[in-house]
Design a protein around this ligand. Structure first.
Ligand code: NDP
Ligand code: 8X3
Length: 255
């Protein structure tokens, strides 16, 4: 059974949505390439999941183009035929207003959410085309791509890029049998807010307090669904919000 199992390549598999995808795809019998920067977490994941499915892990900072090239070039034969790429690695940094934001934070979001995502995609496209029809790129977008909010500035803009890149990518690789999906969650309980608040767990915890956010497993379920549909079915954008999350009416500033 393992020989026939399709391969999913997941970035940011060490936490949150990526980690949940690793577990959910393993449960469904997929072979896995799991990447992230935290080696000890990759080791722990491998020890748990390789009892059930073939697993290959590689330490990878997606914002380093040389590392991306090296990791893809070094994929063992069993993991070469990547059927589904889950471009999940990403982050927000800071929630203060643009005029007091750190430029380095902006650059890191751009380097990770945009440059990292396109670099991984570009390096895997030939493999995805070869694995088709029905191979899939799932890009983690966000409701922030469409919903501006104070302090969203560059983060929201990177996710707008992810959405538009997904559509344009599909124009090119769709005819080659590769599907592309912008999977766009709303509030999901993960390390996302802790990272955004630079380790301030009080602020991070209070963000989720009294709310019922999505769990990473809710999004992993959608990712598996998207990747498992018949090859002619391409969900182009899938937005998922917890019921507790609402849009705001436009605010009027008055004198
Ligand atoms: P987490 O912080 O829990 O997980 C983020 C993952 O990305 C980690 O595994 C981290 O691994 C990895 N990562 C971050 N930077 C890099 C990098 N430079 N190179 C490689 N891996 C990196 O957050 P989520 O699971 O919530 O976020 C996953 C994705 O979902 C992101 O793209 C986020 O923007 C998106 N999203 C999240 C929402 C939410 O409310 N949580 C809502 C909408 C979208 P490591 O540190 O080991 O490298
Ligand atoms: C994260 C969702 O609403 O915190 O992508 O920006 S939000």
């Amino acid at each position: 059974m393992h020989e026939a199992a399709p391969v999913a390549f997941i970035t940011g598999a060490t936490s949150g949505i990526g980690l949940a995808c690793a577990h959910r795809f393993a449960q469904a019998g997929w072979a896995l390439v799991l990447t992230g920067r935290r080696q000890e977490r990759l080791d722990a994941l491998q020890a748990t999941l390789e009892k059930h499915v073939p697993v290959y892990t590689a330490q990878l900072d997606v914002s380093d183009p040389h590392s991306v090239a090296k990791v893809v070039a070094a994929l063992p034969e069993r993991f070469q035929h990547v059927h589904t790429l889950i471009n999940n690695a990403g982050l927000a940094l800071g929630k203060g207003p643009a005029q007091s934001a750190e430029l380095d934070d902006w650059y890191r979001m751009i380097d990770t959410n945009i440059k990292g995502l396109v670099t991984v995609t570009r390096h895997l496209l030939a493999k995805l085309i070869a694995a088709g029809p029905g191979s899939t790129v799932i890009n983690l977008g966000s409701i922030a791509a469409h919903t501006p909010y104070p302090g969203g500035h560059v983060y929201g803009a990177t996710k707008a890029f992810v959405e538009q890149f997904s559509y344009n990518l599909r124009c090119d690789v769709g005819p080659q049998g590769v599907r592309v999906t912008d999977l766009a969650p709303g509030m999901t309980a993960s390390e996302f807010t802790l990272v955004r608040m630079k380790g301030d767990s009080n602020v991070a915890d209070s963000y989720y307090e009294g709310a019922q956010p999505l769990q990473p497993e809710d999004i992993a379920e959608q990712a598996l669904h998207v990747a498992s549909l018949p090859p002619h079915v391409n969900i182009t954008r899938l937005e998922v919000m917890p019921l507790c999350q609402q849009w705001s009416a436009p605010t009027i500033l008055r004198d």
